[in-house]
Design a protein around this ligand. Sequence first.
Ligand SMILES: Cc1ncc(COP(=O)(O)O)c(C=O)c1O
Length: 434
Amino acid sequence: MRQSIVHPGAENLKYEIREIVEIAKRFNDLGVPIVWENIGDPVGKGEQVPDWIREHLIAAMHEDNVYGYSPTKGLLSTREYIAYERNIEGGIQITPGDILFFNGLGDAISKLYRNLHKDARIIGPNPAYPTHSSAEAAHADSAHITYSLDPQNGWKPDLNEMEEKIVQDPNIVGILIVNPDNPTGFVYDIPTMERIVTLAQKYDLFIISDEIYSNLVYGEVSYKKLAGVIGDVPGIGMRGISKEFPWPGARCGWIEFYNRDKDPLFNQYTQAIIDSKMLEVCSTTLPQRTIPTVMKDERYFPYLKDRCSAYKEKALIAKKIFSEVPELIVEIPDGAFYMTAVFRDGSLTTSQTLAIENDAVRGEVEKLTLYDMALDKRFVYYLLGATGICVVPMTTGFNATCNGFRFTLLEPDVEKFTEIMGTIRDAVVGYLKS
Ligand SMILES: Cc1ncc(COP(=O)(O)O)c(C=O)c1O
C-alpha cells in the first residue's frame, strides 16, 4: 500500500470471548470435546425460547411491513410502547423521538464511541465488557480509562478512584456503567447510582448505562435503571432483546437519550449518532415489531422470573463449590447470567500445569504457554486442554487487573452444571498444587 491503511486504534479491538473459540475448536479437532462456557448466548447453550414467544414472531411474519425498511429511529409503534413503559416507571420522561434502534447493542456501542470527539474519553469499569472498552480505546487510540470494581468488596465500584481520575483528566466527558454488569453480575444499588449521578453533575459529564440485563435481576439489592435516578443529567440508557427474549440472532437493541435539552453539546452528539444511523437507513424491522407484543404478554415477566430463579440456583451451587478453594474469591451475582472466580494475589505462577491426556493437545498448550502471558490466561489454556471446559480469562478477556475467569450460569441441566463446576474446582486445586 502507498501508505498505512489501518486505523491507528485498530489493535485495541480485542474480543477474547470469541478468540478463544478458535483455540477450543483446534483442541476439539484434536479429540477434546468442548464444554462452551465462554459466551453469553442462552440459545447457544440450549435454553428454549418458549412457544408463545415463537407464536408472536410467526404472527408478525404475516404482516407485509416487517419485510420492509423501518424508520431510521425504529418502528414508531414500538418506540411509543417503550416510551410509555419507561415513563410509567417514574423518573425521567421520554418521547418516542428519544429512542434509536440498532442492529444489536454491539452496533449501538460502536456508534456511540465512533461519534465522540477523538479527545473525549469515557471512563468505564474494570473488569470491562470488552465491546465497550475496545471500542472506547480504539476511538481514542489509547488504553481505556477505568475505575475499579473491587472483587474484595463484592465488586462495588471505587467511586473515590473514579472521582480522582475525573479530576485528573479533563478529557473524561462521560461515565459508563454496565448494570447489571458483565462479567461480574454486580448490580449497582440505588445509593451508588445516585452518587455517580452527583459526580456527573459536579463535573459536567454524561452517563452511559448499558442495561441489556435490566430484566434479569435476581439479587437482594435495590435496582433502578439510570432513567429512574438521572434527574437533570444528560445520559444514555441502552437496552436490547438478545438476552431477555432471548434472541441474540435478531440483532436488535435500542438506546434512550435523557435530557438532550439540558446541554447543547450533548444534544449535538446525540444528533451525530442519529445521523450516522441514518446513513445505514435503519435497523432490523421484524424483531422491533415483536417487542410490544412479547413484552405486553402476561406470560413475559413470569417467564423472566423463572429464568432468574434458575440463574440464582446455579449461582448458589457454583458459590458453594468454589468456596472450597481458599485461593479463589467468588461472589454471588445479583443479575445477568455470568459469574467470576478471582485468584487471590500470589496464587498463580508461571510453572503450574495440569495433566493433559491427549498428546497433541498437550503439545499445543505447551506451545501456547511457552512465552510470557497473563497468568489467568495460562490457567484457562490448561483447563481447556485438560477438561475441554472453555472459560474466559479476566485479564485479557475483560481488561481486568485481577487474575480470574468468567463462566456462565446458562447450562440448563442443573446436574450437568454442578458437574462442570466440580470439574473446574478440581482443576483449580490440581493446578495450584502442581
Ligand atoms: C453488557 C453487554 N452489552 C451489550 C452486549 C451486546 O448485545 P447485542 O447482542 O445486542 O449486540 C452484550 C452481549 O453480551 C453485553 O453483555
